[in-house]
Ligand binder design. Structure first.
Ligand code: APR
Length: 234
């Protein structure tokens, strides 16, 4: 059985990472136009660096939760049975990999990496970024940016994602509001191929009507249960 799972910020919420569009979400405190667009970065790079520096600084103390671990187990068990799990995440945190997921696509990039806007080299990055940071490869100063996808930019690895989704036996979306495309459009791509689609979320997402099955509740409760059910049926 080939399964594709799309995760959003709801899967990390119980680890203490803020979601985006909930009442206390990131975009209730920050203007996404200033913090997460190429135009915002061009206008005030110091503000954008401070926004991501704060998140990068907080991440090492955050721990994966039962939902992340259940998805790592699903990958391992499916592989042992000749199947596969492709985990596509919109999250820029590293909690899926720390829980043990391997076949993982970060479609919105990674907080713990930085990229040079001059030579496009990508680097693991634990430290603060600033407008003075030099690129370790080309030594250009002032062009380093977080290796994340901003609004108006094209998400990463879209070809691999569409290929995996349209050839899957099952698609599931976990902890995402379905507000941001193209991620939110993946359920439609799967449905167009007659692939069953399961939604696991705290509440119905904006795309809830497109799913053929849905489970509502906190990810740490409903994801491990769904993984066991799926493995029992696989
Ligand atoms: N368990 C399951 N779902 C949860 C939980 C939880 N404990 N807590 C919140 N949720 C759900 C919310 O009900 C909501 O539907 O997670 C969803 C989070 O939605 P958003 O805040 O919109 O986050 P996400 O879908 O990941 O956003 C997509 O938007 O700002 C951009 O690039 C950013 O990747 C992000 C993208």
């Amino acid at each position: 059985m080939r399964i594709v799972v799309l995760t959003g910020s709801g899967v990390s919420a119980e680890s203490g990472v803020a979601t985006f569009r909930d009442r206390n979400g990131v975009w209730a405190k920050y203007d996404w136009r200033r913090a997460a667009t190429p135009e915002g970065f061009a206008a005030d790079p110091a503000f954008v660096h401070a926004f991501y520096n704060e998140r990068r600084r907080a991440l090492p103390a955050v721990r994966p939760n039962a939902a992340h671990y259940a998805l790592a187990k699903l990958e391992k068990e499916l592989a042992a049975r000749g199947g596969s799990l492709t985990l596509v995440t919109q999250n820029v945190d590293d909690l899926h990999e720390r829980a043990g997921s391997k076949n993982l696509i970060h479609m919105h990039g990674e907080l713990m990496k930085a990229r040079c806007g001059a030579c496009y080299s990508v680097h693991p990055w634990k430290d603060e970024l600033s407008i003075e940071t030099r690129c370790p490869v080309c030594d250009h100063a002032g062009a380093m940016r977080p290796h994340v996808v901003w609004f108006g930019e094209i998400p990463m690895a879209l070809d691999a994602i569409y290929e995996a989704v349209t050839s899957a036996d099952l698609f599931a979306a976990i902890g995402t509001s379905g507000a941001v495309y193209p991620a939110a459009g993946l359920v439609g791509e799967a449905r167009a191929m007659n692939i069953p689609c399961t939604e696991l979320n705290l509440e119905p997402s904006e795309n809830a009507w497109l799913f053929t099955d849905s489970r509502y509740g906190p990810a740490t409760k409903i994801v491990p249960r769904w993984v066991e059910e799926t493995l029992n049926g696989a």
